[in-house]
Each structure stands twice: as C-alpha cells, then as structure tokens.
Design a protein around this ligand. Structure first.
Ligand code: ZN
Length: 299
C-alpha cells in the first residue's frame, strides 16, 4: 500500500487518532543513507513519529523537528517532518549493527541508548518555535515520544510505531497515535482504555503484514467507541529541501580566500546533504563565479 496518513476521531471528539503507513519512505531513507537494520528501525520509527506529531498542526508550512541524543552507539538522530506530509532525517552512525534484544527484535533501545534526551521543536512558521526537552524513557522511540506528549504537551497519548526490515529491505513501517483531547482529558477510564488497546497490539508491522489497511487498524482499536474516519487520505513521502543553489549559498559563506584555495587545491568542491545523502559537485567555474559575486557585493 502507498505511504499515507489518515485522521479520525472517536468518543464524540474526545479522542483524536492518526494512522500512518511509511514503508516506502523508510526504505528510501535506508537506501539513501546505507542504514543498518537497527538504524533503519530507529530512523523509520522517528520519521513516522514526526509525521504523526506534525499532523495535528494547523498552519500551512508547520514543521516538527525531533532530535534524539542517547548514550548508545548510534549517536545522534534528527528528523524533520512537515504538516505537508514531507519528512527527512539522518543518524550519526548509520552502519552500527547490534544483536537482537531479548524479545528477538531489533535493539533500537540499545542502539539509541537508554539514557539521554529527546528534543522536540514545533515551528509554525513565524515567531518563536515551541521547543521542549525530555529525558529518554527507553530509547525505543515510541515510549519516548508518548512520554514527551504526556509530560511536555500535557496530552494523554498512546503511540505505537514499527519498522520491519529484512534482506529485501523495508517491507512494513508505520504507526498509530491515539490522543485524549482536552474535553475528555479528565476521563481516566478512557485514557486507560486507549493505553490498554495499544499495548495489546503487540506491534504495528504485524498488522500490515496481515494485510490490514489503516482504516481496518483504527476500526480494531476504536470501532466500539464511535470511530469517525476523515475522508481525506494524505500522501506522505521522503523529501529534502536541499538544492544546488543552497549548496552554493553555503559555500559562498566561506569567503573569497577559502574558495580560491578550493579552486587551486581541489579544482572544485563536493558537499553532501546530511538529511538525504545527496552529493553536490561545484566546479572551479562555480567557485570562481562565487568569488566574483563576493567582489561585486563588497564594492
Ligand atoms: Zn538533502
């Protein structure tokens, strides 16, 4: 099934639900960054989480950045997701591989590290972005994002995100976010019900592998609670806003002397975008033009 995100409500608007399938975009990230199995799972879970968080924002152009810095061998991880359904991200050490954990699953918590911090920045496109930091709970991502939503945004939330990656690459990825909205925030029984149902799912990717669609999965979770699925299906994809012009802009900041040095020593310059792995080559002619531009601007 194509990568997509759907929104729903239940309990007379007391519950907000969002589901996402992110199989292809996670596979694209795996290939672009040459990610190991465990790095694919870590980045894939975080990209799904970023899109799920961004989905509740209202203003066009809104984005969410999630940065995770744990004490594990994967190093840092950064994801940038938009309300428009685009997402990109990278990990510091993409080739780290670990043995499976005691449940026989990819050891994302071990790779990220069980101690560290989760930073979330919500940027609605003007003024000061809203940023917040929480300590990691497990490094497994899903628990950490849910904890962030509960403690930092005061929204009782249950979240499951998963990635299945094998020799053929990523064959299933996605997740579900269930939130209790302010009108029902004091309804302890409702909150407990949602947490209970998500914990009974035993993962998200097995549901996709059984052939269930997002509406099927939401129906299974909330079908008896007055589920209303919004008709719009939003497409989501890996997308990076980098470009050759932006690379030239960054090179220009190095200044005339440094650019001249690159022309003489390297006959040009090569830059790799952290977010998407795209490699940009600037020739000596490009660099010479930047020097000319700088000279013209300094007159
Ligand atoms: Zn890029």
């Amino acid at each position: 099934m194509a990568d997509q995100l759907i929104r729903a409500t239940a309990a007379d608007g007391g519950i907000r639900a969002v589901g996402i399938i992110s199989t292809r975009l996670t596979e694209e990230a795996r290939v672009r960054h040459k990610l190991s199995y465990v790095a694919t799972a870590a980045l894939g879970r975080t990209m799904s989480s970023g899109l799920l968080l961004a989905s509740s924002m209202k203003r066009e152009g809104s984005r969410v950045n999630i940065r995770i810095k744990g004490n594990g061998p994967l190093g840092g991880l950064l994801v940038d997701a938009g309300l428009d359904g685009t997402v990109r991200g990278y990990v510091e050490n993409p080739s780290i591989e670990l043995p499976p954990n005691e449940k026989g699953k990819l050891d994302v918590g071990g790779a990220i590290g069980h101690e560290g911090f989760l930073y979330v920045v919500r940027d609605v496109g003007y003024g000061y972005p809203y940023s917040s930091t929480v300590e990691l709970v497990s490094g497994e991502i899903g628990d950490d994002i849910a904890n962030y939503l509960v403690t930092s945004e005061q929204t009782p939330s249950a979240l499951v995100v998963g990635v299945f990656v094998g020799a053929q690459g990523v064959t299933a990825a996605g997740g579900v976010l269930l939130q209790v909205l302010p009108k029902a925030a004091r309804d302890e029984a409702l909150i407990a019900t949602l947490e209970d149902r998500v914990s009974q799912l035993s993962g998200f990717t097995p549901l996709l592998q059984q052939g269930l669609t997002l509406p099927d999965i939401l129906e299974r979770l909330l079908g008896d609670l007055g589920l209303v699925i919004m008709p719009e299906v939003q497409m989501v994809r890996f997308d990076c806003s980098c470009s050759f012009d932006r690379v030239l802009g960054a090179l220009k900041l190095l200044g005339k002397a440094e650019l001249q040095d690159m022309i003489e020593k390297d006959n040009g310059a090569e830059a790799t975008c952290h977010f998407c792995g795209e490699i940009y080559q600037a020739s000596s002619d490009h660099l010479a033009q930047l020097i000319e531009d700088l000279k013209a601007e300094s007159v």
